[in-house]
Design a protein around this ligand. Structure first.
Ligand SMILES: [Zn+2]
Length: 168
């Protein structure tokens, strides 16, 4: 069964009530707008949204993958918990689709073999290219070194979308 796993951008923009939806408590805590939070709380109370926390095993799995991919810094605690829950739901036999407009979440979903979709008006954005760069010496790498560490200065490498737009 297909289910949606919603991040804060999806909760803010709203979603089709035809689909069973999940999120995690940390995402709710990220909602700063009072009206949005009240709406989501009432959707949770009526069973439209299931709020569930992922098991530690899945949290550890996503944290390890994020670290390996150099996404640790761009992924919030809430995002990581959300992706962890999505993997858990998949293990439980559901077909989770991560609904998020966040590049880092979409990219990690891709790495983790999860389906995802954007809510952006104007259709689904294609997966974009990343460049790997060193926050220490500012070098840019076409091919990311496998250990995720700058071979010149030893700083942990980061990535950003290749168009130069900062996601956060
Ligand atoms: Zn460097």
């Amino acid at each position: 069964m297909k289910v949606l796993v919603l991040d804060s951008s999806a909760l803010i923009q709203g979603f089709s009530p035809a689909e069973l939806a999940y999120t995690v408590g940390a995402v709710l805590a990220e909602l700063r707008d009072e009206l949005t939070r009240l709406r989501v709380e009432s959707q949770a109370a009526s069973g439209m949204i299931n709020i569930r926390e992922p098991d530690e095993h899945y949290v550890a799995l996503v944290a390890e993958e994020a670290r390996r991919r150099g996404e640790g810094a761009s992924l919030s605690v809430a995002d990581a918990a959300l992706l962890s829950l999505a993997i858990q739901l998949k293990d439980e036999g559901l077909e989770p689709v991560v609904a998020s407009d966040d590049y880092a979440v979409q990219n990690m979903a891709e790495h983790l073999g999860l389906q995802y979709r954007s809510l952006a008006v104007g259709g689904i954005r294609k997966r974009f290219r990343w460049v790997t760069y060193c926050p220490g010496c500012r070098r840019v790498f076409e091919e990311a070194p496998p250990d995720g560490v700058c071979p010149v200065c030893g700083t942990a490498l980061k990535r950003r979308p290749s168009d130069g737009v900062r996601v956060r």
